[in-house]
Design a protein around this ligand. Structure first.
Ligand code: ZN
Length: 505
């Protein structure tokens, strides 16, 4: 076997293990009986250990060394095509990352992530931060340790951020966040002065959850989610995972008195799922068959959730169908009123349920707190208080309890520090991509208003999904739109949209 064949074989084996691990984790969040928690943590730790051993094992290392200098990344053979060069560079990058982590640490981290996530689920349900505190404390320490091993960034936090959004730094994130904040804060203030112009009460009437589920499934199918290669279930925190492009799983959560959360959550996870289902199967197991970054992943979910799911054309198609499901609740609300209601801007406690404007303030707050925890050893026991202060500072409101405050998000429980900024990056990318799609697809609005989402999905498939990790996030946005990642298109989109909805001058 050639060195290239050996590399691809080892990576394919590792991907099988990763698929198995994803299934175990999916099950943990959906159907696993509570009593199985400890055993599940051991199973996940074991599989993760096997996967790590594959990724840093001698066969892969030796084969890789024939083709590329493991220290510098300099190619040793000059006959590779551009595609193969990209592939090799990405494999090398992954290898370097894995090789810095000791096997024991990887296994222990996987075990703790599972245990800690289970502890979070219980703590959130019982509104019990004290119960969760030791798990989170240990997780913060382990992430600081991980950052030391990775050592890719100028700060510990940057090393963690780089895992989710390659080549992104806190400095770049801060700059973008600042550009957003100077325009966002006055916009939210202007809206709050005329908030009476939008009545959102229709969203929080009583809506049977089975019917909400059915409507969500209809919408998922409409946007192109393939049920032969995917499924949706319920979980405490909505998420999407995949064991292979032919097995993609999303979850949603339903609330009787909130029509928006489940529906938009379903479209959001549906966007993630379409990306996973659109990855090239033939490249499964190597970087060209993988997603680019979490920021790009999030651009796909936010595109379907916001740019499609919160748009006027979408509701021209969807509102009559929704009215047919809930005739009593929606009898006295016309399509325009409903569109305004579902887009209402109002500072709220829960990030995933926030409107498009205030959403980013939730992210900025988490970005700040994460850096304090990882870089500055901010004490975990003071976290609830810090959270509440930052909520007051950023959104002018304070949670009534920790369940709707510091305990609301799952991420920190399984060690995803440096993940949150990718949500706002995703928002920025999504608008840049959608603006381009609008230029490239004639009559996109009319298509969406007819419930014809195929052209948009085709555009995403061709330009983003099918390319796998063949280019970096920055390169993709440049190549597709001719511009670099920027806050400008996003802010223009928001300002223009809310000007219309709230009749701002
Ligand atoms: Zn998402």
């Amino acid at each position: 076997m050639s060195a290239q064949d050996i590399i691809l074989k080892e990576l394919l084996d590792a991907s099988h293990l990763q698929g198995i691990e994803a299934l175990l984790s999916w099950d943990q969040e959906t159907y696993m009986p509570e009593g199985a928690g400890a055993a599940r943590a051991e199973q996940i730790a074991y599989i993760t250990g096997l996967m790590h051993a594959k990724l840093v094992g001698e066969p892969l290392k030796n084969a890789l060394e024939e083709l590329i200098d493991l220290e510098t990344g300099e190619l040793r053979i000059m006959t590779l095509k551009e595609r193969e060069t990209r592939q090799l560079k990405e494999i090398w990058r992954d290898y370097r990352q894995q090789a810095t982590l000791p096997a024991e640490f990887v296994t222990e981290l996987a075990r703790h992530a599972s245990v800690s996530q289970q502890a979070w689920t219980r703590a959130r349900k019982d509104n019990d931060f004290a119960f969760y505190k030791p798990f989170l404390t240990k997780m913060v320490q382990m992430q600081q340790e991980k950052a030391k091993y990775l050592a890719t960034g100028t700060t510990a936090y940057d090393s963690l951020l780089d895992q989710f959004e390659p080549d992104m730094t806190s400095e770049k994130v801060s700059k973008l966040f600042k550009e957003i904040r100077v325009r966002l804060v006055p916009l939210i203030k202007n809206i709050s002065e005329v908030k009476h112009r939008v009545n959102g009460s229709v969203i929080s009437k009583d809506y049977d959850t089975d019917k909400q589920w059915a409507f969500g499934m209809d919408m998922l199918k409409a946007i192109g989610f393939d049920l032969k290669t995917g499924r949706q279930d319920r979980s405490a925190h909505p998420f999407t995972t995949s064991t292979h492009p032919t097995d993609v799983r999303t979850t949603t959560r339903l609330q009787e008195n909130d029509l928006k959360a489940a529906l938009l959550g379903t479209l959001h996870e549906g966007g993630h799922a379409l990306y996973e289902q659109g990855l090239p199967v033939a490249e499964y197991g190597n970087p060209l068959g993988q997603t680019i970054s979490l920021g790009i992943h999030e651009s796909q979910s936010r595109l379907w959730e916001n740019l499609v799911g919160l748009s006027t054309p979408f509701w021209r198609f969807a509102y009559p169908k929704l009215q047919a499901k809930f005739p009593e609740q929606l009898r006295n609300t016309d399509q325009e009123q409903f569109h305004a209601a579902i887009n209402r801007v109002r500072p709220s406690m829960i990030r995933v349920e926030a409107d498009e404007a205030t959403y980013n303030l939730h992210i900025m707050l988490r970005f700040e707190i994460e850096k304090m925890l990882i870089n500055e050893n901010f004490p975990v026991e003071e976290l609830p208080q810090l959270w509440n202060e930052k909520m007051e500072e950023y959104l002018g409101i304070q949670p009534a309890n920790d369940a709707e405050g510091v305990l609301q998000d799952v991420h920190w429980s399984f060690g995803a520090f440096g993940y949150f900024p990718t949500y706002t990056l995703g928002n920025l990318y999504s608008v840049q991509f959608f603006n381009q799609a609008r230029k490239d697809i004639t009559g996109l609005n009319e298509l969406l208003a007819r419930g014809d989402f195929a052209e948009l999905l085709k555009w995403l498939r061709e330009n983003i999904h099918s390319k796998g990790r063949g280019r970096k996030a920055e390169e993709l946005v440049q190549e597709l739109t001719g511009e670099e990642l920027s806050a400008q298109p996003f802010m223009e989109y928001l300002e223009e949209k809310y000007k219309r909805i709230y009749s701002l001058s």
